[in-house]
Design a protein around this ligand. Structure first.
Ligand SMILES: [Zn+2]
Ligand SMILES: [Zn+2]
Length: 553
């Protein structure tokens, strides 16, 4: 008897964690990947700049037909070079996303050049093995975002990507509700939907609703305005640009990421800021005639907005009475750096307006609860899997789906690494695969887990370096044993007590060692390390990194 075929859906990131979205769809020996994103590091990832998903599972999926990218945000495309370095497969995306990827790949010249292809639009479809893919345009906070409709031998899967319903976006795509309803009528086996705002009640306000807020701000500002927002939010930049034309302000786009997105968007005819000036001209014009859009809304230390607030930017300075507008949400983990940014801007004498305090200058790019319900009602899926969120958001989204009438066993609350097995009449977690985090630092080198653990130990418990001088010839130890400590206990004056005791303990250990043992450097190091670790734990409950140094005389 041949077993009934099973579709496997395997999240390698993004479920139960914020960022790093990467989903594998597998049927028999064929597989496709949807999105390959990165995660921004947290405070515990000392010295790490980027966190990527561990993609080793992909080597065991049989034939990998390619990668489909829903949109160009870093949490969906940031790990693509990493994936392509081990898998030579084609990439499908919309023109805007493809242009961003081309720029990204220029930074990785050693990576092989992949085949970059355009996702099908409208009624077109793309066949990859047993999968047939159609796309539906949706509104999001970056141009050309696509929901994926993936027909499989068992039925249709809808992979929402990041989206909101927003019926009146000021420019760009409108979420195609007709198509959604039509797909729903044809029958949906499973829906995988964006959980980011699953705890937020109501509908997400439309982007157009910001017009009044920005209009009032620009109209009343007496001096220079500096707006910081997400660089990829082309629609918002367009809207601000149109208002500046109305209020006779020139617009300067400042910062590497804003410039990069602007370049791509302009090439594709998506960005239209009528009265642009280069950053060098900002300080030459009367302050009431300029508006600056600067990258760095999360207070990134090297960003233009941070430099402007610190008064170290090459082209733009804040002066008393200028207005700083923070038109973005604060991403989890960035609260402190955004706080510092605001403090610095206020020190310059600027006035600061933030969305956080209720000013109508930012709306989310993700759907709130009523939109999520509407989508479930339109698509009427047999099975439901919440994706794109931490566990609490996935949990809230699962509960919402049950409120919409899905049975308890039709909703699967999975996390990264779970293998979701889908058959025509059932869905469940059937297995677990290896997933994890790959840490990359500024040099683009991989930082392994062991190094990160050592950094944490140094950061929390400090470091102790015993320096033992050995005469290899005679096999004797010189009397001047030194113990240095940093970030552990004071190593000067009367406070040195513990280190003095440590020194005596090491001296005893060395005195009891045979000349042969003393000339074995590795053995000596291990003995000294074990002795000190024991002693420090007994006296302080802490575990500093102990790094013995043996100096030969
Ligand atoms: Zn997104
Ligand atoms: Zn996302």
């Amino acid at each position: 008897v041949t077993p009934t075929p099973q579709l496997e859906i395997v999240p390698l990131g993004g479920l139960g964690e914020f960022g790093m979205n990467c989903m594998v769809y597998r049927f028999g020996d064929d597989a496709i990947v949807v999105d390959a994103g990165m995660m921004f590091p947290g405070a515990e990832h000392l010295g790490v700049d980027v966190v990527l998903p561990d993609l080793s599972y992909l080597t065991s999926v049989g034939r990998l037909h390619g990668v489909l990218l829903t949109h160009g945000h870093e949490d969906h495309i940031g790990a693509l070079p990493h994936l392509l370095s081990t898998h030579d497969v084609p990439v499908w995306a919309t023109p805007y996303t493809l242009a961003l990827i081309r720029k990204r790949l220029e930074e990785h010249p050693d990576a092989p050049a992949p085949a970059l292809r355009t996702l099908p639009e409208g009624r077109e479809s793309l066949s990859l093995g047993p999968f047939r893919i159609e796309t539906i345009p949706v509104v999001h906070s970056i141009p050309q975002t696509r929901m994926l409709v993936i027909a499989t031998p068992l039925g249709v899967i809808v992979h929402t990507a990041d989206f909101k319903l927003d019926p009146t976006p000021p420019d760009g795509d409108t979420t195609d509700l007709d198509r959604l309803a039509e797909v729903g009528r044809r029958g949906v086996l499973a829906l995988l939907s964006d959980s980011t705002n699953a705890e937020v009640p109501g509908f997400t306000a439309g982007e157009a609703s910001l017009r009044a807020g920005f209009d009032a701000l620009i109209a009343s500002a007496r001096r220079r305005i500096v707006v910081t927002t997400f660089a990829s939010h082309v629609s918002r930049i367009n809207q601000i640009g149109r208002l500046c034309a109305k209020h006779r302000r020139r617009v300067a786009l400042v910062g590497r990421s804003v410039e990069r997105h602007a370049e791509v968007a302009e090439e594709l005819g998506l960005l239209r800021v009528p009265s642009r000036i280069p950053p060098e001209q900002v300080m030459e014009l009367p302050p009431e005639q300029v508006l600056v859009i600067a990258s760095g809304s999360q207070g990134e230390p090297m960003s233009s907005m941070t430099r402007i607030a610190l008064d170290t930017h090459r082209d733009v300075a804040l002066e008393p009475g200028d207005l700083v507008v923070h038109s973005a949400r604060v991403i989890p983990g960035s609260a402190q750096s955004v706080g510092r940014l605001i403090n610095h801007a206020l020190r310059r004498g600027a006035e600061v307006v933030t969305a956080e305090r209720g000013a109508p200058i930012h709306v989310s790019g993700h759907p709130a609860r009523e939109e999520l319900k509407l989508l479930i009602r339109l698509l009427r899926p047999r099975f439901f899997v919440p994706v794109h969120g931490e566990y609490r958001q996935l949990w809230a989204h699962a509960a919402l789906a049950r409120d919409c009438g899905l049975e308890r066993d039709a909703v699967v609350l999975a996390e990264s690494g779970d293998v979701i097995g889908v058959r025509e009449r059932s869905i469940s977690i059937v297995d677990r695969v290896h997933v994890g985090h790959v840490f990359i630092d500024a040099t683009l080198d991989q930082v392994d887990w062991e190094i990160l653990r050592e950094r944490r130990r140094i950061a929390w418990d400090g470091i102790v370096v015993p320096v033992v001088r050995v005469d290899r010839q005679k096999g004797v130890v010189d009397g001047s044993l030194e113990i240095l400590a940093r970030g552990f206990v004071p190593d000067v004056g009367a406070d040195r007590e513990l280190l003095d005791e440590a020194r005596r303990a090491v001296e005893r250990l060395l005195a009891n060692a045979s000349p042969e043992e003393r000339s074995d450097e590795a053995l000596l190091k291990a003995r000294v390390q074990a002795e000190l670790k024991r002693l420090f734990r007994r006296h302080t409950q802490r575990r500093p990194l102990v790094l013995p140094v043996i100096v030969e005389l």
